[in-house]
Design a protein around this ligand. Sequence first.
Ligand code: SAH
Ligand code: DHB
Ligand code: MG
Length: 229
Amino acid sequence: MDSSAGPATPAEVDAYLVEKLLAPEPDLDAGRVRAHAAGLPHIEVSEVQGKFLMLLAEIASAKRVLEIGTLGGYSTTWLARGVGSTGHVVTCEFEPLHASIAADNLAAAGVGDRVDIRIGAALDTLDALLAEDGEPFDLVFIDADKENNAHYIQTAISLGRPGTVIVVDNVVREGWVLRTPESTAETDPMLRGVREGLDVLGGNPRLDATAMQTVGVKGWDGFALAVVR
Ligand code: SAH
Ligand code: DHB
Ligand code: MG
């Protein structure tokens, strides 16, 4: 690992941190292999980020978690562990194939019974959840179509309570978040969505937010973190 001269790369350091801090995860590894074999994109959170989400859920004593963007259920599995055996995760996924792989992976990881996968556009699922008027969510992880980040964050306030934790993935995007509107943001709806989400996080008086830039196996990116006041 340290045989070549010079500092290690972020990806090498991620592997080192995984080896030092995380237990072997054969079920999670098999789930990622299954997702990749089915052609799902390799955009799930990294291992250290997944465990970070689990620990956040535990720190928040979260029993009800809402996730927007399931993919193959990798982050979902970590969040499901974080809520414990009496907790519950609702996860929103647009693509039926992704939802089906995720269902297999969650079952194989032993957490299928505590996760409810809602198939469809998250905008519709969130409307349905508002109409259901259930118990508030304790933690919301937003990681889907960035175009709707602002809407997702606003709805997370309505579906939460004072103290609810909101985490938003991919708010840095290798620095693209800071591109001027003239060159990129006006023509890139995904990038504009990330920026509009940050506008809500910083501008809504019900939220108190920060963000941490991250570097690792997924490159340079960042998580935003907010608490509902
Ligand atoms: N959270 C996952 C990664 C999610 S990738 C993990 O870290 O393991 C983003 C997912 O959001 C994809 O599966 C994509 O199909 C889904 N998605 C995109 N637009 C969506 C929408 N409008 N509603 C629900 N899901 C959507
Ligand atoms: C990418 C990464 C993500 O975490 C995501 O949610 C969407 C896209 C990417 O690297 O392209
Ligand atoms: Mg993401």
